[in-house]
Design a protein around this ligand. Sequence first.
Ligand SMILES: [Zn+2]
Length: 147
Amino acid sequence: MLIPARMSEAEEQRWVTVMLDKLAAQESKRALGDGDLAERAQQLSEQYFGGRARPASVRWVTNQNTRWGSCTPAEGSIRLSHRLQGMPEYVIDYVLCHELAHLLVPGHGPRFWRLLEAYPRTERARGYLEGVVAADRLPHVPGARSE
Ligand SMILES: [Zn+2]
């Protein structure tokens, strides 16, 4: 595995985690359509929020590059960035849970995060997404990335 130079040990650890997760994601790659996404959201709502979060629509969008997901509570609509496609399932589940939680609690106050604690992989998924952002900011090193 090629690792870009000038990374701190912590960054390197994160990079390795991200790359391993990417490999795992490729192995179990299963593109979710909008219908699957809505179904998944319903399952997660039942599993972690007692079915209280009931989105009216859940779909992928391609115009969202700075946010992983967003929701409009008044409409009950949830949108996920297409950039999540191909990431591990637990990361997509986390973003879905995050937006589902926003249907119940707006903003990112203590009540919001307490609600999200129900999803057991919140910390790991947040670390993964932070790693993706950090990796995107690195200077391009020939061979270190597939793009
Ligand atoms: Zn949020």
